[in-house]
Design a protein around this ligand. Structure first.
Ligand code: KG4
Ligand code: ZN
Length: 325
């Protein structure tokens, strides 16, 4: 069964084709235009999706030499995200579904992230824990079964990826912050600054205090110091941000007695996070790198699972920018 997966919730346009849940083609267009603004500009994001979506979909069909008539389902993200961006993908999917007479499957973006490691790796039997760390969300979720979730903790303010983005903007490294902070951190001393490791009560997260701490240190530096200590700032910030995630993972394992963890979302690409998880006495799995950032493959993968369960959406499906699990 061939399923088309479409993702337009933020600043990545994602189009993928999957055959029986296996990725045949995964096209991602990351809208670099936002970097000069230091963050995503919603109006520009939706225009970019409009310009790219049809072209990328046609290319995907051409790449694997199939016709639109060969697909049996269209999975599309309907939330959470930027409403105008979501609407571009959702309306495109509805039009295609209607004209081809095939099912439309609305997919929750967060749920798609949770299952993304299993696109290429053996799926954990439930229960398992999911650490979802992206630009918009930071949560620890107990997955009790397919579509049965219990959110154990979430961020009280900024998301983890958002803090990478904000710190990066502050120290002049641009957007998106995660990859560039990681690169600079590789050249720096992670013990150079003693930034606080956020550890709010229980399994909740908080990143605004850490960001403010970086801001204060940076503000007090001379122009010259800002330049020669940039890698040290990146490394010290990254160490504190990742350590906070690790503290929560350890606590969640202790509280639940579940030691299988699926890690997903843009921040799951971070190497320090991955090596730190390796040092814990847990079983963990993360997506292959092409499935860490927002992508159509994870949407198609979950859409295929839903379709197999007989789940589909009707054409009244609305974009829901605040959709949760
Ligand atoms: O999952 P994603 O593509 O979009 C959302 O659903 O939000 O995640 C994007 C976020 C951005 O904040 C980006 O800075 C962060 O993931 N990110 C990283 C890394 N690569 C991307 N953060 C830390 N280290 C990375 N290597
Ligand atoms: Zn995402």
């Amino acid at each position: 069964m061939i399923v088309l997966g479409l993702e337009t919730s933020c600043d990545e346009t994602g189009v993928a084709l999957l055959g029986d849940g296996k990725v045949l083609c995964n096209k991602i267009y990351s809208q670099e235009v936002h970097s000069k603004f230091g963050g995503v500009v919603p109006e520009i994001a939706s225009r970019e999706h409009t310009e790219r979506l049809l072209v990328m979909t046609k290319d995907a069909f051409k790449n694997i030499k199939i016709m639109p008539e060969d697909i049996e389902g269209i999975a599309v993200t309907y939330g959470p995200g930027l409403v105008c961006s979501l609407l571009i993908g959702l309306n495109f999917a509805k039009g295609l579904s209607l004209s081809l007479g095939i099912p439309l499957i609305g997919v929750n973006h967060l749920e798609a992230h949770i299952y993304s490691p299993f696109i290429t790796k053996d799926e954990y039997t439930s229960p398992f824990l999911s650490l979802l760390v992206s630009g918009g969300h930071t949560s620890i979720v107990m997955v009790n079964g397919f579509r049965s979730y219990e959110v154990l903790g979430s961020t009280l303010d900024d998301a983890c990826g958002e803090s990478f983005d904000k710190v990066s903007k502050l120290i002049g490294l641009g957007y998106p912050g995660g990859p560039v902070i990681e690169r600079f951190a590789g050249e720096g001393n992670e013990d150079a600054f003693d930034f606080p490791v956020p550890d709010p009560e229980g399994l909740n997260f908080s990143y605004s205090g850490l960001k403010t701490s970086v801001l204060y240190s940076y503000r007090d530096m001379s122009q010259e110091e800002r330049i020669y200590r940039i890698a040290d700032i990146a490394a010290s910030f990254q160490k504190a941000a990742i350590r906070s995630l690790i503290i929560k993972v350890k606590r969640a394992v202790k509280l639940t007695n579940v030691n299988r963890i699926s890690v997903s979302g843009g921040v799951s690409a971070n190497k320090l996070l991955r090596t730190s998880l390796d040092k814990l006495d847990v079983d963990w799995v993360a997506p292959d790198s092409e499935f860490t950032v927002d992508n159509g493959a994870m949407v198609g993968f979950l859409g295929y699972k839903l379709l197999k369960e007989g789940i589909r959406s009707d054409y009244n499906l609305k974009a829901n920018p605040r959709l949760f699990l």
